[in-house]
Ligand binder design. Structure first.
Ligand code: FAD
Length: 553
């Protein structure tokens, strides 16, 4: 085959595809950049995804242990924490992307830009499809890592097709275009005042970090660039509203942080509607109900006209993950792919499949009984009740033992106040048993963050390399693999020319210009390449000198 070239030693028969699996589709038996394939005795490791989890697996693998193939529908890694900055032109889209082939090349791994559709677990084949041609084929594996992330949660709300989401780079491109288009149409002298108001009504459904960071970026743009480059009169008509179902925004952070964020937004006239449930989004209005303090069983119905609406209210399984969960008995009726403590997918007897990141959850370790043991141990004088210090001690111990509970440590004083209804300064352990059932439910899932996906990926990369070595030396896998332990380093959120954050050593960062620089430094240092670091530095410098790029392309 002259196209292959004399320097490659790919045998002719390698190009004649074998058929396999329950659908009798072609099975990949070679790669164009690989001179050794079928004869290769190294186990085949297939990783699905090119996000935080998948890339971290690759970075930790020992190069020669596996024949690695990465499958993803995108040929880049996206640095999601800075995505809100790209929606308004603070950062350029390309500054957040690293071509995946640069990463796979470092690891001598193969890359296939295809979409995973299904897995034939019996024959160990991943069914993929090439979206360009619609052709399906199989990729064989000995070990499989599923790191496909998640999609947005719909909560069954009608009319979400009228909203924008912020998960992918394409979403950011669409948002940037729409926001600028709204500003331009609003600036036309022919636009009636009512319509101008509607076009400039920006609504964010969801008060978590993504919704809040987007609102902050948007507000910065409207405040800094709109007043500079558009007719000043437009500023009067602009409104930004966050609709949140809980009683605070950023409710996974400490209350001092969500209070700060709410006060800052209030000063800046970003309206926050809490305890609200969005019911329907029609072409021009968001319909929602708000808790009625006087009559909780009878919520008030409200309607808010919008010109742009972002839907950012949590995550749900991708079609591929759902497909897998439906075909395995052990996975049925779950909200994510369930794994054991070593991140192996439940329901695969030979333990050859792993799931990490946003698409996965570690099986509930049934913490409640442990929590009660810990509370009883913390009760020094054995009077059946805990003082605040004893309660915190129990909480800290729990967090060390069960990393799943870590994110709730900062809430200890809130919890104490909440449970101490009679303000006695102590909590009865028997009453706690009932109340903590609620906490137990919340702590079964690790947060869906890049931090978790990254730590799981690194852990898995190391463990599967150890497994390869152990198998060569005839040592059992159990002797070389410890369960995954999550170490929460902290959380950060951008709030518009400042940032907030809480760190694992207990420090809380609440505002100030230096917080903005700390926030930028953290994400700058977390970049996967020098190229993207340089791009970020250039974008921030350009923005400081000339403002944001407001061209809608
Ligand atoms: P992802 O990073 O989403 O990667 C999934 C990959 O799988 C993608 O490459 C996708 O193309 C690919 N894929 C999906 N389905 C298929 C398929 N069927 N076939 C082939 N490939 C497929 N976390 C933080 O810790 N800090 C933050 O500040 C932060 N900010 C965020 C801001 C935004 C706007 C968003 C959207 C998320 C943010 N997160 C943040 C969360 C973080 O991005 C996710 O938790 C993280 O990306 C999860 O990593 P993952 O590897 O599981 O999935």
């Amino acid at each position: 085959n002259s196209a292959v070239g004399a320097h490659l030693t790919v045998p002719e028969q390698a190009f004649k595809p074998k058929l396999g699996g329950y659908k009798n589709l072609p099975v990949v038996s070679h790669f164009l950049d690989d001179s050794v394939h079928e004869e290769n005795t190294k186990p085949r490791l297939v990783v699905i995804g090119s996000g935080w989890g998948a890339v971290s697996v690759l970075e930790q693998l020992e190069k020669d242990d596996y024949n690695v193939t990465l499958i993803s529908e995108n040929n880049y890694f996206l640095f999601t924490p800075l995505l809100p900055s790209a929606t308004v032109g603070t950062l350029e889209m390309r500054s957040l992307l690293e071509p995946i082939r640069k990463i796979t090349d470092r690891m001598k791994a193969h890359f296939l830009q295809v979409t995973a559709k299904d897995v034939d677990f019996d024959s160990k084949l991943v069914e993929v499809t090439d979206p360009a041609t619609g052709k399906d084929f199989y990729v064989p594996y000995d070990k499989l890592v599923i790191a496909v992330g998640a999609t947005s949660m719909t909560h069954g709300v009608e009319g979400l097709e009228n909203t924008f989401q912020l998960k992918t780079i394409q979403d950011a491109i669409k948002i940037r275009r729409q926001v600028l288009e709204n500003l331009e149409v609003a600036a036309l002298p022919t636009t009636p005042p009512e319509e101008r108001k509607r076009l400039l009504s920006f609504v964010v459904c969801g008060g978590g970090p993504t919704g809040v960071e987007f609102a902050a970026e948007l507000f910065d743009t409207l405040n800094e660039d709109l007043v500079r480059w558009f007719p000043k009169v437009l500023r009067e008509d602009v409104s930004v509203t966050i609709i949140q179902s809980r009683d605070h925004i950023l409710n996974t952070f400490d209350t001092s942080i969500s209070d700060y964020a709410e006060k800052k937004f209030d000063r800046e006239k970003i309206k926050i509607v809490t305890n609200a449930r969005v019911k329907k989004i029609d072409e021009h209005s968001v319909h929602y109900t708000v808790k009625n303090a006087g009559d909780p069983s009878n919520p008030e119905t409200q309607q808010l006209p919008y010109g742009f609406c972002l839907w950012s209210t949590g995550i749900s399984m991708t079609p591929f993950a759902r497909n897998i969960s439906e075909k395995l008995e052990a996975q049925k009726h779950q909200r994510a792919l369930v794994t054991d403590g070593t991140l192996k997918l439940k329901g695969i007897p030979d333990g050859s499949v792993y799931a990490i990141g946003d698409c996965a959850t570690i099986e509930n370790p049934k913490m409640l009984s442990h929590i009660m043991d810990i509370c009883e141990a913390a009760d020094k004088n054995k009077d059946g009740s805990l003082t605040f210090d004893e309660f915190v001690e129990a909480g800290q111990y729990m967090c060390r033992r069960f990393p799943l509970a870590t994110t709730h440590l900062s809430k200890m004083s809130d919890l104490f106040k909440k449970y101490d209804v009679d303000n006695s300064g102590t909590l009865e352990i028997d009453e706690l048993r009932v109340l903590l059932t609620d906490l137990d439910k919340k702590t079964t899932n690790l947060p869906a963050t890049a931090q978790v996906a990254n730590q799981q990926g690194k852990y898995l990369g190391k463990s599967i390399s150890r497994i390869a070595k152990a198998s060569r030396q005839g040592v059992s896998e159990d002797q070389v693999v410890q369960p995954f332990a999550y170490h929460h380093l902290g959380s950060l959120a951008y709030l518009g020319n400042t940032a907030v954050g809480e760190f694992s050593w207990g420090y809380k960062m609440v505002g100030g210009l230096w917080a903005l620089y700390l926030w930028r430094s953290v994400y700058w240092s977390e970049q996967v390449s020098l190229r993207t670091r340089l791009n970020l530095s250039i974008d921030w410098t350009k923005g400081a000198i000339w403002g944001r790029d407001l061209s809608a392309i």
